[in-house]
Design a binder for this molecule. Structure first.
Ligand code: HEC
Length: 278
């Protein structure tokens, strides 16, 4: 076995003619599949009888609560971009750091607002009354937002800001029309306008149908990086909505292991009991 491997690996080289033939075949295959793809796309669009559009209502957060690195990034995102306005009032910094395996040193250095203690609950730095005066609506506590509206909604909301000069914030939101929240992530995402589809058409799940976005100014992040940024942030909010879900996942494995061992033991016990009867 080892011998033959050494032999074939070392000495057998495909001849150049065989290589050429293989390359030609590959090109032919690529060529036809590209033609097939090019023909299939417009056909599919025509079949549905609709113009091209952005199906933003179908955007999914796709976050994973078991991904600690993502949760840690989400915690940093939240501390830097959201915590000034939004509280997570049922969660203490200390508990969050423990659940997400963040050291006390990092917690103090990067996540704790000035003057706060690790045992404090995560309260917004803006007082609710000020928030209401400044934005017209107080920024809501986000403890339960992913549970009340869903992670996908929050994902769509954070990606749904667009320029609208008729609004006091000069921006509007696809997921929450007339949103009082300013587009606080535009430095990262960039600034975009929306071209809506013809009057009267609405996307599935309500809301106006979007034909396309137009980027007005670039952001510091690429589109893919911004998606990850939002996904991590949503993941963190998902965790905050039910902090015990991480522990529960870890505990579940032990419960299953215990049940497995216990089944084995009871089976042996059963054999022991019936040994003299049979
Ligand atoms: C400058 C203050 C401010 C900052 C910073 C801010 N928000 Fe908001 N946010 C608001 C206000 C005001 C509202 C209320 C919007 C409304 O009801 O019209 C809001 C609402 C929300 C909502 C609820 C939307 C709904 O459907 O009710 C979510 C979710 C949210 N913010 C997430 C975030 C996240 C995540 C961040 C950080 C990336 C963030 N916000 C940063 C002010 C802010």
């Amino acid at each position: 076995m080892v011998d033959s491997q050494i032999h074939t690996g070392g000495s057998r080289r495909p001849s150049s003619a065989a290589l050429l033939a293989a390359a030609a075949l590959a090109f032919a295959w690529l060529g036809t599949s590209a033609v097939v793809a090019a023909e299939a796309e417009p056909a599919a669009a025509a079949e549905h009888g609709e113009a091209e559009h952005v199906d933003w209502q179908a955007w999914k957060a796709g976050n994973q609560i078991g991904d600690k690195a993502s949760l840690q990034r989400g915690a940093a995102n939240f501390a830097n971009y959201c915590a000034s306005c939004h509280s997570i009032k049922y969660l203490r910094y200390e508990r969050m750091a423990k659940d997400l395996q963040i050291s006390e040193e990092l917690l103090r250095k990067n996540l704790l607002p000035a003057g706060a203690k690790p045992t404090d609950y995560m309260m917004a730095r803006v007082a609710a009354a000020d928030g209401e005066a400044w934005f017209g609506r107080a920024p809501p506590d986000l403890s339960l937002i992913t549970r009340s509206k869903g992670s996908d909604y929050v994902y769509q909301f954070l990606k749904g800001f667009y320029v609208d000069d008729s609004r006091p914030t000069h921006s509007n939101n696809l997921a929450l029309p007339g949103a009082a929240m300013p587009a606080v992530l535009s430095d990262l995402e960039g600034v975009k306008t929306v071209v809506f589809s013809a009057e009267g058409e609405s996307g599935h799940g309500g809301g106006k149908q979007v034909e396309r976005f137009e980027q007005v100014a670039p952001g510091a992040l690429t589109a893919a990086q911004y998606d990850s940024f939002v996904r991590d942030t949503v993941n963190y909010l998902d965790y905050a909505g039910e902090p015990s879900q991480i522990e529960r996942g870890d505990l579940g494995i032990w419960v299953l292991l215990f049940l497995l061992v216990f089944t084995g033991l009871t089976w042996m016990l059963k054999k022991e009991y019936w040994r003299d009867v049979h």
